[in-house]
Design a protein around this ligand. Sequence first.
Ligand code: UDP
Length: 143
Amino acid sequence: MAVERTLSIIKPDAVAKNVIGEIYSRFEHAGLKIIAARMQHLSRERAEAFYAVHSERPFFKDLVSFMISGPVMVQVLEGENAIALHRDIMGATDPKKADPGTIRADFADSIDENAVHGSDSPDTAAQEINFFFGPDEVCPRTR
Ligand code: UDP
């Protein structure tokens, strides 16, 4: 399996629940390394741009409002098979369908407010990492 990088966002609902450390701990226990991180409060324009792929969906307006309702914690995770592994740890989009022990099963309240985001393919991961981080903000481990 290849070493991959993926973009993770801890969404405003989970930041408000004060579970950033708990979620980081799940990443680390799964073998994912945090190689970039920033807390920020997204502007409406940035949130719309990030979710542009969903702009025609009925939930788009509410999704953007939710994503700007408070700060988010954004990070790059690196590890073997990181993209799929991260999606496994997150659980299904709808927390009611998420496996027990996943982040969404434990911390998300609804499909609209579902605690975390994770890239879903190598192309999306590269795009989403570039959306948030410049090359000198990503710090792979050298020891
Ligand atoms: N979403 C929503 N309502 C829906 C479906 C999706 O609010 O009925 C939001 C939800 O926050 C989800 C995001 O849109 O995480 C992106 O949807 P996607 O299907 O890509 O799910 P994900 O990749 O986040 O599991």
